[in-house]
Ligand binder design. Structure first.
Ligand code: ADP
Ligand code: MG
Length: 345
């Protein structure tokens, strides 16, 4: 099997601030195939931007492995890393001010990175026009930033990011400053470009609605990959009853007749068998430091140790959520666990 386009293996990033060491990424594992459009979610401070900066060659990891398109970003020389960033990566930031030059119009903004890369002549303007056309702004090419809406500015920014034909497009909260409808339009643009330009795109977002816009969402928590949400067609997976037998539908196939999209939340299990259990679950079941792991017929059951159970019992009445309360509030979803607000359905 060939190597994935992006491979992070035990990626560690430690920031040294005066005497303090701040661990931003703690052994993060991630693999992304060429051509994927992936959303990255996680609460503030979870390490999303740190990851983007490392993948984009703006910062170096402290330890672990990180490879993009067969480039080893840890071992590369500074010169090679600079070239990698210039030639292979396009960035879109949250603030359009960081993406665009205010005193240049749209097309001149798109041509600027090409000028810096030494592209000359009519090729430059032709390509800039094509890119503005791809992001749906051909008619606005002569407009200056104040004449463009926030969403339009971000789409110009996407064209700028693609000016030098990168293979990797990194967007750090590109929809952070626009409304939901505009965000949907921006995601649309990312989706079209990812497939038409054969690039790989990572979008960091606070917006849970992103699950509907991309093929896959990975959740980062405490500097580690903690969950994945995968969009599936219901019809592709037979519904199982408690015994694991397919529930027969009217047509007797066990498959739903109407293909229906649903989102399955999965906890990531790394190659060493480690998985990240949300803190809330650990607190709810009083699991501290150690747990009992039992193999059952259906899977693996993780339970508090006998001693932790006894201690929890003594400490009652506790604030733990009871089964009845859980039923009322519904099962906790990925968005709750990541401290994010659920988007409009
Ligand atoms: P996110 O983008 O998910 O909000 P970041 O990657 O920006 O998170 O930050 C992860 C953690 O690393 C935070 O605790 C942040 O304070 C710390 N951090 C990020 N960049 C630096 C830096 N340059 N110096 C020191 N600490 C940093
Ligand atoms: Mg950030």
């Amino acid at each position: 099997m060939s190597e994935p386009f992006i491979l992070c293996d035990g990626l560690v990033k430690i920031f040294q601030v005066a005497e303090l060491e701040m661990v931003a990424l703690r052994e993060l594992n991630l693999s992304i195939e060429k051509g994927e459009l992936v959303g990255i979610i996680g609460s503030s401070g979870s390490g999303k931007s740190t990851l983007m900066n490392i993948l984009g060659g703006l910062d170096r990891p402290s330890a672990g492995r990180v490879r993009v398109d067969n480039h080893d970003l840890l071992k590369m020389t500074d010169t090679d890393l600079n070239r990698y960033r210039r030639e292979k990566v396009g960035f879109v930031w949250q603030q359009s001010a960081r993406n665009l030059v205010p005193y240049l119009n749209a097309i001149n903004n798109v041509m600027l990175p090409m000028t810096l890369a030494g592209v000359t002549g009519s090729e430059k303007s032709k390509r800039a026009e094509q890119l503005l056309d791809l992001v749906g702004l051909a008619a606005r090419k002569k407009h200056y930033l104040p004449e463009l809406s926030g969403g339009e500015q971000q789409r110009v920014a996407i064209a700028v990011a693609l000016a030098n034909n990168p293979t990797l497009l990194l967007a750090d909260e590109p929809t952070g400053e626009v409304d939901t409808a505009t965000a949907a339009h921006i995601y649309d643009t990312f989706r079209t470009l990812t497939s038409e330009m054969h690039i790989t795109t990572l979008i960091v977002s606070h917006d849970p609605g992103i699950a509907k816009q991309v093929g896959r969402v990975v959740g980062i928590r405490d500097g580690m990959l903690a969950s994945e949400t995968i969009r599936q067609q219901r019809s592709a997976v037979p519904e199982l009853d408690l015994n694991g037998d397919a529930v027969l539908s009217e047509n007797g196939t066990g498959l739903h007749e109407e293909p229906q999209e649903h989102y399955e939340e999965l906890v990531v299990v790394d190659r060493a068998g480690r998985l990240h259990i949300p803190h809330e679950y650990l607190e709810q079941f009083h699991i501290k430091g150690r747990a009992q792991v039992e193999v059952t017929e259906d899977g693996i059951l993780i339970r508090p140790t006998r001693q932790d159970r006894v201690e929890a019992e003594i400490a009652k009445p506790s604030t733990a959520t009871t089964a009845a309360e859980e039923e009322i509030s519904g099962p906790r979803s990925i968005w709750d666990r990541f401290g994010l607000k659920r988007g409009k359905k």
